[in-house]
Write a protein that binds this ligand. Structure first.
Ligand SMILES: O=C(O)CCC(=O)C(=O)O
Ligand SMILES: [Fe+2]
Length: 135
């Protein structure tokens, strides 16, 4: 295992890699699918704060990395693009209405990173704590 399943913090995450393979995304149907990033391409992923801001319209997907035989030489650079560290991120009013009730608590980006254990990537993100159970 290269990286246990997790979601990423931030609005968007850019990912560049020196080789194809390893990254897997969990589909809504619960199946792991392999992600193929073409050479010289940048993969853009969606992060937890975008899911909260859009009240769940855009999802921060669960992903993991399996390295197998490539363990020694796989290079992957992920960059988090998020709000200002002290910004409170809560669902924007445009995404909340009668058919889409408020689904997340707000939290500052700083507190969210802290709840994620800040520098540890192999932990579940705090997005589960932010979800408001539907009635
Ligand atoms: O190495 C990868 O393919 C993904 C890395 C990742 O998920 C992360 O850094 O959060
Ligand atoms: Fe990740």
């Amino acid at each position: 295992m290269g990286l246990a399943e997790h979601t990423d913090p931030g609005f968007i995450i850019s990912l560049i890699q020196d080789m194809d393979g390893g990254l897997q995304i969990l589909t809504h149907q619960g199946q792991w699918i392999n992600v193929h990033i073409p050479p010289n391409a940048i993969l853009i992923q969606l992060g937890d704060q975008l899911e909260v801001l859009t009240n769940g319209k855009y999802k921060s997907h669960i992903h993991r990395v399996l390295v197998g035989k490539y363990k020694a030489r796989r290079i992957s650079i992920g960059t988090l693009h998020g709000p200002s560290i002290d910004k409170l991120v809560a669902p924007a009013l445009e995404f909340v209405d009668d058919t889409h009730p408020l689904a997340y608590h707000g939290m500052t980006y700083s507190d969210a990173l802290e709840a994620n254990n800040r520098y540890e990537i192999e932990v579940q993100s705090c997005i589960e704590q932010l979800r408001i159970p539907s009635l």
